[in-house]
Ligand binder design. Structure first.
Ligand code: NAD
Length: 245
């Protein structure tokens, strides 16, 4: 039995990248997993879990909407039981300097990146606390350093670090809440980035390469597991040293 035997995990943005790797990792360690994503590709990730003998269900939904969290809570309950581990990881980004970003674009990014974590916590953290579970939020190095063209994304990701501390204080000692701060991780997020800009990002890391989604999933799986039993309210940077140079 793995670290997550008998536990129920919910992973948002689990159709792709870090979220998919996290869903697969939690399932491999014994969790039953509910994948929540806008993209129908989440079904394929759930199918992969089931093919390897694990338990997973996919729910299509927009995490920035309250009703999605209501459906997610019920779907988890009906499929596996109450949620023990919440991984809030879905995101959207639109790259533009502040003067060229529409207020609607700003609001959408704040809604999906930041408000969704609040909505998930609001719906599920009281139950998670009763079950002595954990929440992990995916922030970003944009929370630490200003990079051109990301006003809404950076504000949301910085907000998530503060929200992590806040939720840890409000729901401790029963539940632990932490976040990860990924650096350049090779996912669909980089599809729109030029080769030259990718090379620049790699050069900015100490480890001189992109991270793999599985390397962030391992950090998330640590933070939400009993191995991190004395860790709460913190941010674990997983960026190949990007932020220390
Ligand atoms: P990804 O594009 O591979 O996956 C993101 C997923 O979120 C997609 O499946 C998408 O459909 C889903 N999604 C988008 N809007 C949604 C909504 N409203 N409701 C539900 N699902 C929605 O990206 P990724 O790189 O795996 O990103 C995962 C997390 O990691 C994000 O929080 C991102 O900010 C963070 N991050 C990524 C990097 C990187 O370099 N890849 C760096 C720092 C932080």
């Amino acid at each position: 039995p793995g670290r997550y035997a008998g536990r129920v995990g919910l992973v948002t943005g689990g159709a792709s990248g870090i979220g998919a790797a996290t869903a697969l990792r939690l399932a491999a360690e014994g969790a039953a997993v509910l994948i929540v994503d806008l993209s129908p590709d989440g079904e394929a990730v759930a199918a992969r879990v089931r093919e390897s003998g694990g338990r997973a269900v996919f729910l299509a939904g927009d995490v920035s909407r309250e009703e999605t969290w209501e459906r997610a809570a019920w779907t988890a309950e009906e499929s596996f039981g109450a949620v023990d581990v919440l991984v809030s990881n879905a995101y959207v980004v639109e790259v533009a300097p502040a003067h060229a970003m529409s207020p609607d674009s700003w609001r959408r990014q704040i809604d999906v990146c930041l408000t969704a974590a609040f909505l998930g916590a609001r719906r599920l953290l009281p139950g998670i606390a009763e079950r002595h579970g954990a929440m992990v939020i995916t922030s970003s190095v944009h929370a630490l350093v200003g990079l051109p063209g990301h006003p809404a994304y950076a504000a949301a990701k910085g907000g998530l670090v503060a929200l992590t501390r806040q939720l840890a204080v409000e729901y401790g000692p029963a539940a632990r809440v932490n976040c990860v701060i990924p650096g350049p991780i090779m996912t669909a997020a980089w599809d729109r980035v030029t080769e030259a800009d990718r090379a620049k990002s790699v050069q900015a890391t100490v480890l001189r390469r992109f991270g793999e989604p599985e390397e962030v999933a391992a950090a998330i799986a640590y933070l939400a597991s009993p191995d991190a039993s004395y860790v709460t309210g913190t941010a674990l940077t997983v960026d190949g040293g990007w932020s220390v140079t």
